[in-house]
Design a protein around this ligand. Sequence first.
Ligand code: NAP
Length: 293
Amino acid sequence: MTIIDGKLISGQVKAELKQEVEAIRAAGGKIPHLAAILIGDNGASETYVASKIRSCEEIGFTSSLVRRDSSATEEEVLAIIDTLNRDADIDGFIVQLPLPGHINVDKVIEAIDPRKDVDGFHPINVGRMAKGLPAYISATPFGVLELIKRYQIETSGKHCVVVGRSQIVGLPMSLLMERNDYPGNCTVTLAHSKTRNIKEICLQADILIAALGKPGFITADMVKEGAVVIDVGLTRVEDPSKKSGFALKGDVAFDEVAPKASYITPVPGGVGLMTVAALMHNTLLASKKEIYG
Ligand code: NAP
């Protein structure tokens, strides 16, 4: 059993990006600029945005943060997006989710210029990805693909079960695992909360990707001997033993599943770290205009 080391791989990806930025700087080129919009005071969102900004600093990107409190109206958020869309210095930007309930998230995402949508959430990027055209692939699925690639895990002809069908993780993950490419060429089953016999379906998986947000949901009796287990889940649970008062838990009961797996991602230290590295990768693509020219 191999524990997939998200810290190692995300470090490699970031080091490669840093090298590229240094070369751009030395050649007098434009330094990639990522902006983030953060609305409200959701603790997890604050942590994620802070880590994205820290990563920009480590790599040498320029970063900007636009903050508003949770009373910000939808119109205000759309106006910020319009400004960022038109700001030539900003190569890409993200709107940190979730947004306060009074703001329509689909409307907000559709307002982002697809050329700057480095989160890959805009319908144009999702559609292009589904068609196999150049597109920003959303950061979490992209991070999972990168882990599979760098560990040279065979995917062709395998049965991949993705648990969770969200727009930002499960659905794109399933499309990417079935595309005619590497990683890909899997036979994919996409499971969700209405799926019957989920245990039997998971047991058929050569590659099991859990993205449902239910800590410890995938137990050893749901996993085939030798399966590749990728845990996207990241749920904050109270833990008085931690200084922060909480711990991050994955969707996989790691201790009991790991002995059956051929490869497994831990939480923390797995997919989560890759997400930020993938966002940085997309930002570099945006600044080099590699997707849309
Ligand atoms: P989400 O939007 O809440 O979607 C959860 C999905 O899981 C839904 O499709 C839901 O089915 C399905 N589901 C819920 N309970 C289920 C059950 N008992 N059996 C089977 N399917 C079930 O969540 P998300 O945004 O995709 O995130 C999923 C997890 O990944 C969360 O823990 C989140 O924190 C984590 N995440 C991690 C990263 C990272 O960087 N590592 C990034 C994004 C998300 P229905 O569609 O039928 O409701």
